[in-house]
Design a protein around this ligand. Structure first.
Ligand code: URP
Ligand code: ZN
Ligand code: ZN
Ligand code: ZN
Length: 483
């Protein structure tokens, strides 16, 4: 069946214009005036934008002794309800586990997704087996590898392992990602705070100051440069890390930064809340920061030194958060945000004049589609692209509340925030999954998106590294050894 989105204004990362969009099956097949089809979707007064892509989710992830509570069913239902039509989740082998076995686990979990998804692979340990399996992982369309510089004793990898893995990424045309925090220093700060009786959720933030993130960002950037790989720094939360990214980019390095919607809008005062549950529900790494850091992140999105807004959606119930009563280091780290990312960013970004509508599309969809080498299949309104589309009503309003959210948890970190700008209709590869603001989940409709290695930036960087590689100076005569 064909569909047409009529009477709307198309907004992409680089253009805004009035046109209809024709869809056949799962693809966009026409853009222009006065198009017709079997089914009409009215977009009067609305913007027609590429569906959002959230490149950072943890659905049903085993972590800190439990599992994150949104799975691929509730997680992708939450995603589409907020205008996000694709998620990229982290496939997480436990240390010692085969990467291929972990893919099998993630394949099994993701069968109930309502929207399309892809995976990043986490490198949680290092060996010849991991080195070898990385090639197979890339062959299966997973071309980005995440490295945790924190979570000592669990997921953390050291510099030696990271350098080896980054070199392997460079050789395979893949993209390394890092969680940038100095895990050794965090572990010692945690122990010190606990020994001093500082055991509440606020101590989580004290144990992870911005300097700890900035140092790790600088170190990862240096290691990526030595390895000849581009680098993507997830959940960039502070000026110190942003500064490192900014400086690297000014030097011509291929480094990307990803602020989260939570860090842009929520600040460190949340941890001072007298209600233990309130503060613990906001425990995530890196923690929320102060206004100066938030201003830096917004400026980075405006300047282009930061490219993507994600969520790091990793939702734990209040009951799960209470594992850490009396010991903040046991509070499962993570917050939700999948269904709120786009409305909150529109409200605090576009409605305030911090971002243009086109910049909004760039940072919620198009930039990451390019970085992850799946553009223009995703992230574009163009003939032949997947029909992942959001019809956005800039006048629709709601107050965010856990009472009417899709996510499986019992609270929402954005509770009480009024947003203006919401999806009216959302299409996932041509299927209507939100209609007139009502979610119509289609578990099982979502497909895995395999990605090709050797994105344009990988190719350019490897060429540049080849051109500038150290070369032996050939000399006609070499003096006799002085020994
Ligand atoms: O606190 C967080 N961010 N939890 C999810 C895992 C991670 O570090 O990304
Ligand atoms: Zn007509
Ligand atoms: Zn992380
Ligand atoms: Zn994460």
């Amino acid at each position: 069946m064909s569909k047409v989105i009529k009477n709307g204004t198309i907004v992409t990362a680089d253009r805004t214009w009035k046109a209809d969009v024709l869809i056949k099956h799962d693809k966009i097949v026409g853009i222009g005036p006065d198009l017709h089809a079997d089914h009409e979707i009215d977009a009067t007064g609305c913007y027609v934008m590429p569906g959002g892509i959230d490149p950072h989710t943890h659905l049903e992830m085993p972590f800190m002794g439990t599992y994150s509570s949104d799975d691929f069913e509730s997680g992708t239902r939450a995603a589409v309800s907020g205008g996000t039509a694709m998620v990229v989740d982290f496939c997480l082998p436990s240390p010692g586990q085969s990467l291929l076995e972990a893919i099998q686990m993630w394949d099994n979990k993701s069968t109930k997704a309502t929207c399309d998804y892809s995976f990043h692979m986490a490198i949680t340990w290092w060996s010849e087996q991991v080195f070898n399996e990385m090639a197979e992982v890339v062959d299966r369309g997973i071309t980005s590898f995440k490295h945790f510089m924190a979570y000592k004793g669990a997921l953390m990898v050291d510099d030696d392992e990271m350098y080896s893995s980054f070199q392997r990424c460079a050789a395979l045309g893949a993209l390394p990602l890092v969680h940038a925090e100095n895990g050794d220093v965090v572990a010692q700060l945690q122990a010190k705070l606990m020994a001093e009786g500082n055991n509440g959720p606020e101590a989580h933030a004290y144990s992870r100051p911005p300097e700890v993130e900035g140092e790790a960002a600088n170190r990862a950037i240096m290691i990526a440069d030595m390895a000849g790989a581009p680098l993507y720094i997830v959940h960039t939360s502070c000026e110190q890390a942003h500064e490192a990214i900014r400086r690297a980019r000014q030097k011509g390095m291929r480094v990307y930064g990803e602020p989260l919607i939570q860090h842009l809008v929520l600040d460190e005062s949340e941890y001072a809340n007298p209600d233990w549950d309130h503060a613990a529900r906001r425990v995530m790494s890196p923690p929320f920061r102060n206004k100066l850091h938030q201003d830096s992140l917004w400026a980075g999105l405006q300047a282009g030194s930061l490219q993507v807004v994600a969520t790091d959606h990793c939702a734990f119930t209040t009951e799960q958060k209470r594992f850490g009563v009396g010991d903040f280091t046991k509070i499962p780290n993570g917050t939700g945000g999948l269904e709120d990312r786009m409305p909150v960013l529109w409200t605090f970004g576009v409605n305030t004049g911090r971002l243009t509508m086109n910049e909004f599309v760039a940072v919620t969809s198009t930039n990451i589609a390019k970085i992850l080498n799946m553009y223009p299949k995703k992230g574009a309104i163009v003939d032949g692209a997947d029909a992942d589309i959001v019809v956005w009503d800039p006048n629709a309003e709601k107050t965010i509340s856990a009472e009417n959210q899709q996510s499986a948890i019992d609270y929402n970190v954005f509770e009480g925030i009024k947003v203006k700008g919401l999806p009216r209709t959302v299409l996932s590869r041509g299927e209507i999954v939100v209609e007139d603001g009502v979610v119509k989940p289609k578990p099982g409709h979502g497909e895995f998106v395999a990605r090709e290695p050797n994105a344009p930036v990988n190719r350019a960087l490897s060429k540049w590294k080849e051109v500038t590689a150290p070369r032996k100076v050939e000399r006609a005569g070499i003096p006799a050894s002085g020994v």
